[in-house]
Design a protein. Structure first.
Length: 645
């Protein structure tokens, strides 16, 4: 039985949401912002974490690049670096930069490209560096102090040039194959919004008379009570929304990074949850928010009360006490941490170590990752790995693909917002055709191959639920999930998606609940569940876990007919894998008619089994090549033999 709050929107009506704004998150970088960031290069000296390679292997030299616009005339620039963890300064090892090239772009005019090559370092070395420069038309006199420091222009930081922004950078030296911990490749992540998931009662029922932004009463014990359901579903990594004390229901505004919110439970409740999850083979990921805190945080209150307070430097006051850096420079209730400050850094990283070391937290989902510097992320990743070597870090990096790629070995992975957008356009709205999807998948995978790992998803707590975008059509949700789970990145299920949860209104409609519309209470009455959808998700998760080709194999397009809206790709297991070695053929029919799909012999050899369908019968004919007939809006996965694609 489907949830009663799912309205079926007629296909002829325009969607009740902005289609160009499908995968937003607070702090994302729209194209207009990216263009402004690029054009501002004309008058800035920027580094933007531009290195070749993106992350070096042991003993591999590292090229560091910076750009100066035609309105910034530089005479000299040097890279100052350390390898002992200290902050680089004018007494640090210096490597001169050369003006290696001049480029021109319509948005920036002439750009001078500066380059320095830093020597290779041993495995595990953290290299911290700054880039100093001297302006003018004449060479600077000996001993003159630099008058311009290259800054980070990624995210929104291009708005803060020089010392007002980020000027310290870092990278970690690691072997090429050392990235995400091994367990992550087989992870199936389940995102839990704690206040709305389970209150810990026997029936799991929430009060019915609470407003959308009120605290509804979900608890840590509630998650523990739900573990049998989650185990039967098949997920093996639980992503918990923030659980530190906070005044809001979402808790992205912590007042204490070292405690558990008593509304959610106790420290013992958290230990009981992680222990019980581990006994069932599940990892636990916490939503960690080092970018900002609540205005009620004692450290901020002390800083506002006294500019000489020990915590005053944890924050950036532009005019003390009431004008300060805050989240997006728009939310004064969320003052931003100055993560370059030693005291703030020790507090934040120390709290992360506590959760990992003392409470069994296995992974950190890092909120608003474009806020802190790469230097901070390198330090946090190193510290948490030292506390627990298999700790996984994944950033909510809402930026352009070129910026996402630069997180390699700064974080283990980033959330794949571009992929979520592609899947929502293709399967929920249908305004992308299968050719556009295939082109995106091919280009994106090749582009990000040299970057960090990625974690995929269809929806989350900041955006409209997928089923809402799809007008309640569960066929579209099944097809999108089929694609999500048969691509390489570890997939994420937003709580309730598997039983058909949706929402009555767009999250952009602030007259109602706003983003709380996508954060409604999980119903624990099975009469309210879509059991067909639940069975499909259970089967899809089993498929993911049973076949090595999905997390580890290569993807090859096997069939593409844009006119017929039919599409297929092969996931090929690596030859070195000795188990779970079936090649898998994933086939889609996104049209409203039954379609024949004829794959030539060179694409795949004969099918060995139908492993999964989205709920419709599939007809096969393997007498010549492989002919498949798929029902409208349906998909299937076949185990096939190897062939040269």
């Amino acid at each position: 039985m489907s949830l009663p709050e799912l309205p079926d929107a007629p296909a002829s009506q325009p969607p009740p949401f902005p289609v160009d704004d499908l995968t937003t998150a607070p702090g994302d970088q729209p194209l207009s912002e990216v263009n402004l960031r690029t054009s501002s290069l004309r008058r800035q000296f920027r580094h933007d974490n531009t290195t070749v390679p993106l992350a070096p292997e042991p003993n591999q030299p590292m090229e560091v690049w910076a750009s100066s616009g035609e309105e910034v005339r530089l005479q000299r620039a040097v890279v100052l670096y350390t390898v002992d963890g200290t902050e680089p300064d004018l007494d640090s090892t210096a490597v001169p930069m050369e003006a290696a090239a001049v480029d021109w772009d319509a948005r920036t005019g002439y750009l001078t490209r500066w380059r320095a090559t830093l020597p290779g370092q041993g495995d595990g070395t953290e290299v911290r560096y700054r880039i100093a420069s001297w302006q003018g038309i004449a060479p600077p006199p000996a001993g003159a102090a630099p008058n311009l420091w290259a800054h980070d222009g990624q995210g929104f930081w291009f708005r803060y040039p020089g010392l007002s922004g980020i000027t310290t950078f870092a990278y970690r030296v690691e072997p090429a194959g050392k990235g995400m911990p091994a367990w992550v490749r087989d992870a199936v992540i389940y995102q839990i919004f704690l206040d709305r998931f389970h209150p810990g009662t026997v029936d799991g029922a929430f009060p019915s008379d609470l407003g959308p932004r009120a605290i509804h009463g979900g608890t840590l014990r509630g998650v523990t009570r739900a573990l049998p359901y989650l185990e039967e579903l098949g997920v093996n990594c639980l992503w918990l929304s923030p659980f530190c004390p906070a005044p809001s229901f979402h808790r992205y505004d912590a007042t204490d990074f070292l405690a558990v919110d008593p509304v959610l439970g106790t420290e013992d409740d958290l230990r009981a949850l992680t222990g019980a999850a581990h006994e069932r083979g599940m990892r636990v990921m916490m939503d960690f928010v080092p970018s900002h805190c609540s205005r009620r945080h004692p450290a901020f209150l002390a800083a506002q009360a006294d500019p000489r307070a020990p915590t005053a430097s944890w924050f950036t006051f532009e005019r003390w006490p009431d004008t300060y850096r805050c989240f997006l420079d728009l939310v004064p209730d969320l003052p931003s941490f100055n993560t370059a400050d030693p005291g703030a850094r020790a507090y934040l990283i120390g709290s992360a170590i506590q959760w990992v070391r003392d409470f069994g937290i296995d992974a950190l989902r890092l909120d608003h990752a474009i806020g802190p510097s790469m230097d901070f992320w390198v330090a946090l990743r190193t510290a948490t790995r030292a506390a627990a070597p298999e700790t996984f870090t994944v950033g909510e990096a809402t930026d352009s693909p070129d910026a996402l790629r630069r997180y390699r070995h700064r974080l283990d992975a980033v959330l794949d917002f571009p992929l979520a957008g592609a899947l929502r356009h293709t399967f929920a709205l249908g305004d992308w055709d299968v050719g556009m999807l295939d082109g995106f998948l091919d280009a994106s995978s090749r582009f990000m191959a040299s970057g960090p790992g990625t974690v995929s998803f269809l929806d989350n707590h900041d955006m409209n639920r997928f089923l809402f975008l799809a007008g309640g059509d569960t066929r579209r949700l099944k097809l999108a999930a089929l694609c999500l789970f048969t691509l390489e990145p570890p997939p994420t299920i937003y709580y309730g998606t598997e039983i058909g949860m949706s929402q009555p209104r767009d999250v952009h409609n602030t007259a109602f609940g706003g983003d709380a519309e996508a954060r409604r209470d999980m119903p624990w009455d099975p009469e309210l569940w879509d059991h067909d959808l639940l069975r499909f998700f259970r089967a899809l998760i089993r498929l993911r876990l049973d076949h090595r080709a999905l997390p580890d194999g290569e993807r090859h397009t096997a069939y593409l007919d844009v006119a017929d809206s039919t599409y297929a790709y092969v996931r090929r297991a690596a030859e070195t894998v000795e188990e779970r070695t079936h090649d898998l053929l994933v086939v889609f029919n996104l049209s409203d008619q039954t379609r024949p799909i004829a794959l030539p012999e060179f694409a795949v050899s004969g099918p060995e089994a139908i492993l999964l369908t989205t709920g419709n019968e599939v007809e096969l004919d393997a007498s010549q090549g492989l002919a498949i007939r798929l029902a409208p809006m349906s998909g299937t996965v076949l185990a096939v033999g190897s062939a040269s694609v």
